[in-house]
Design a protein around this ligand. Sequence first.
Ligand code: PMP
Length: 420
Amino acid sequence: ATARYRARNPASERLLNEAADVLPAGNTRSVLFYSPFPLYMARGEGCHLWDADGHRYLDALGEFTAGIYGHSNPVIQQAIVAALQDGLSLSSHTAREAALAHEIQRRFPGMALLRFTNSGTEANLMALAAATAHTGRRKVLVFNGAYHGGVLSFGGGGSPVNVPHDFVVAPYNDLDAVRALVQAHGPQLAAILIEPMLGAGGCIPAAPAFLHGLRALADECGALLILDEVMTSRLSGGGRQALLGLKPDLTTLGKYFGGGLSFGAFGGRADVMSRFDPRRPDALGHAGTFNNNALTMAAGLAGLTQVLTPAALDALNQRGERLRERLNGVFTRHAVGLQFTGLGSVMQLHATDRPLRNAADLAGTDDRIKALLFFDLLERGIFLARRGLVALSLPFGETQADEFVTALDAVVAARRPLLP
Ligand code: PMP
């Protein structure tokens, strides 16, 4: 299979070899590398990609959920051009950033005050800074397998950097274990930081009762509950918190809110966030040359107000639910022990069919199975993440869902003897 992949993709291999002279493994995002070499995409349109060798792919990855608008949404493109014509970096407050903040607050009413950053990673770092300053405490409860950014990850092969907080790591979806840790560390806990669905950790949703339980535990010990909705914000207009009636103290956002450009936001309770008001004597600093960059603000605002209505998001998530059922139907029909987990328009392939509650449940699953399906699907023109992540974009409709299901069916039928 590797020999066929090499033969099919000479331009990508050549580009990787050239890039590796200046960039470790040829790139600046570790998640994008896979052996023997990753595909070099040259162009995108709608929900399709063309690689350097001219192959066309159905884009089922959607830039790890940030690419919700697809590659060529005309509203986004026009907003970017309009902002460009107004001048790029104005060294000032701008009306666009307030407009985008208002639109986000309409959708996330718990974000009484918010601020922008360049990435979801920074949003989480700033939320932790807010929580430690507000509580005067240092410890942060996080979860095994969680991913909150390149410098805040708690799964296998995690970050070498993890910022200098005092982290207490709990098992996901295990309220008894969290309760015991809160009993031990409660008076020192500044925050409980959690993704409402483990994203990079495998699209494993938190049980609603678990999240509500965390809310109660945070209240008991005086820690802030920080919901990292960087990935799950797309599950409804108001994120997963709106679906569950959950009220975090702080929320972090990223991905699609910038219309496909780099973006992050953190916000929540006014008494916590007002510490970022520079007029206060005890103000916390928060800087960043590109925090309010014109293109992100314009693309984000146009996308939310003209394209991605809450109804459009609901429809996208319903398409995702249906697709996941159909993909899992393929596995059932061929009686293989595989599954797609996830919620709405975000899902992840696993080489096991046992129920998944947290990172520990993934121990021992065979990554070679996912590699096999990944390369087979590529040959049939379906592009997803090497690790098995799928995230739908708006242009990904029923025709594309049919294509994906048909391709998976053919691949599973052909590989049946090798699959669990
Ligand atoms: N939190 C979660 C839940 C994420 O999925 C990600 C990105 N995959 C981040 C934070 C970090 O966002 P960024 O890549 O924009 O720094």
